[in-house]
Design a protein around this ligand. Sequence first.
Ligand SMILES: [Zn+2]
Ligand SMILES: [Zn+2]
Length: 294
Amino acid sequence: MKSALHLGLLAFLLLSAQKPGVWTADIDQIRQTARLIPGRGPLRVNVLKFAESRRAKKFSIKGAPDEPSVQARTAVQIVYTDGYIMLDSGMDQQVHNFFGRGVVEPYDSDAAREVERALVGARSIVVTHEHGDHVAGVIHTPLAKDLAPKTILTRDQVKTLLTNPQMPEIQLTAEMASRYNVIDYEKYLPFGPGIVLIKAPGHTPGSQMVYARLDSGREYLFIGDTAWHMDGVRQVKGKDAPWIQEDEESLKAQLIWLNRLYNTDPNLFIIASHDDEQRRDLVAKGILGGKLER
Ligand SMILES: [Zn+2]
Ligand SMILES: [Zn+2]
């Protein structure tokens, strides 16, 4: 009787451990994972804005007033002593125009060229997710063949790009997909000294966050489009944008986790890809460099 009870309990524990639950992450485990690959951590992080979308704030944060706001389109460069990683790849003007939906929005061709140059010089390229403004720079470009072998895409990202791309310009064929480095991982992936990829499906099936710890100890967490503006993290409020389809339950769990981190770890900089106010503030404070290095 007693052993049957034990067996029952064991089965219950195993089952509950296997049940796919709501999204969660553990910052201590992420920090540990960041130390798995030996070597000197990155020295600094740069960000460059190459385009803007004008979207009322009410779309970025549910319940926000219907006032104008700027969504920055950005790419990030993580610099080591002997090379750098690009995080997100920018997009050409044609893909940018898709987002304007008939309205012409600012596109900085010089900055876009800087992003392209940085992709060419990068040791590797990682994307936060498979939306056009983050991934088109390694797909919808004459350089795709050269960039693909050093671009790391997750299996979930590739799946969307093959079967359900955000726009036709970024659709991959199986032949094209085979040129990229495709990876898969369960929860955290040590990517390089100080860098961890964190699986975070929600905004898209292939979304991931990227944790970076500099050699100096400063920490960043790039959250891609989990929130379009940091107010979403501060207020734990999702977007209100009918043109995108998100997994709201996962997103909510991610916002709750990020909000807790935001309040408990003020020295960990949580960076939202499109938050133009945050970008300007952190560049002014020297926490992010404002241009890409060659
Ligand atoms: Zn997105
Ligand atoms: Zn985006």
